[in-house]
Design a protein around this ligand. Sequence first.
Ligand code: PEP
Ligand code: MG
Length: 610
Amino acid sequence: MTFQLFGLPVSRGVAIGRAVLVASSRIDVAHYYVGEEQVEAEIDRLRKARDLVAEGLGTMKRDLPPEAPAELSALLDVHLMLLHDETLTGATKQWIRERHYNAEWALSAQLEVLARQFDEMEDEYLRERKADLEQVVERLLGVLARGEDGASALPAQQRGPADADADPLVLVANDISPADMLQWKGGLFLGFVTDVGGKTSHTAIVARSMDIPAVVGAREASRLIRQDDWLVIDGDAGTVIVDPPPSVIAEYRALKRSRDASRAALARLRHLPAVTLDGESVELLANIEQPGDAAAALEAGAAGIGLFRSEFLFMNRDGDLPGEDEQFEAYRTAVEAMRGLPVTIRTVDVGADKALDRMSANELRHEHALNPALGLRAIRWSLSEPGMFRQQLRAILRAAAHGKVRILLPMVAHLSEVRQTLDALARARQQLDDAGRSYGPVEIGAMVEVPAAALVLPAFLRHFDFVSIGTNDLIQYTLAIDRADEAVAHLYNPWHPAVLQLVAQTISGARAAGKGVSVCGEMAGDTAFSELLLAMGLRSFSMHPSQIVAVKERVLATEARRWSAALPRILAADDPERECALAAGTIAQEKAPAIGAVPVRSATASAAAL
Ligand code: PEP
Ligand code: MG
């Protein structure tokens, strides 16, 4: 049966594929295809794992002390029965045979199918057996992951689609952490759907950085979509069509082709300088998460890296954190890849919706914080781990010997944080001097992402070479809206006059002080704000590489002077979005037609027609 779900559009494009449902707790289970010739070996892995688990359960049952309650023995019997049930192992083999899923993936796919059946059972006792099934599958996954069956999983380089005919896949989950999302980069899935999340949650940001269609905050999606359903994900409209008829699939394929064509047309602007109609040069920079992303930034025509979110180097590390040398290598790789263009490395910004898997004492406290977005995150975390912080600063300073590097500090709100950071930087330099290591000069800047920083900007500017406005957090903290919470996503409004006033004030304040200023939040890559930010005097935008050409197209068609004249009216309006649209209409009437984009048909109309 065809039906449609609505969520928040977070990463553009159309994806059509079969749903792979993954429970949040099993997202790190290995997902890869096995080749035709490996199918039997993979089934053998599963069989051996099942025998080992059965043996373990049998031993447990035999060794139960006489005083153990009778229920325990009965429970082990239930687990043994589930383990041998054809609906688990038999159907899992089918996934391996027919879809070429690896054993772990096949098991978790089948678990999702069975879990639904348990959820729908009338009888409470039977419904509760779902927990037993999950435990049995966890045991099997544990044996497979540890390679206790003697046959290890395929090495990473052998993973990938078994053949080009495999059905395309899209991932559906209740939630995906940014760290888990990162694992899928360059991988198996053509699109993502999650039940929770906001438009500027870090999961959404990583989805955008992967440049694949994604819809978050689709609430019941992981409950309503079934394993293997066909889905159409429209990342522009924020809709998901479940089980679409062939006519709808054909329509979306056509839409996808037309959107791809307009993107390809825009790509021609990549290496043109970004200059407004009245001759103002604009710097378009890239946001990256990993050093390997620098290539895409260059390819997109970025004038440098405006935001390297270094915290992504600290994720998915199974317990350890990157040391100084490892970080140095990562930063140097990015710096060298940018061939003399500036690279702005933001010091680690963990906390809130970006958790590390290693739990230090501080993080444990943070984990239990009532409101992690207001807790020990970003610069606060770094200053509470001074050794780790200096290690990162040393690594960045050393990378600065290989190119132009700027250090950016996240979430600064207090002058005391500025002083402590500058002390840490001085000590890091001293330590490098003492060790006889070479390092380079760096500019140092602060993110303006807490209203307090915007309000005391002159005091901050005395200590910094530049500031970068993190609108994602600035909106969150100005409006008291958790950016990752879909329940209040409708109130997360970049057009709110208070937000716009803080942004405008920061841009003009920094310019008046002769300091550099850029915007590196999602607003910079959203073409709805390009003219307005130019009107505010912004000349440096940092965004995901895939957004650069679209923003450049706007820059090339904008007359900054005219827009600046309209700015006071927009900022004073109760509804700045409407006022901005009115200004755009007036300005368009006054000037010659701009470079036109290939019009893109709205998907909402066709989706709503279902
Ligand atoms: C921001 O807050 O706007 C920003 C760029 O930082 P992040 O999204 O990583 O919090
Ligand atoms: Mg931020």
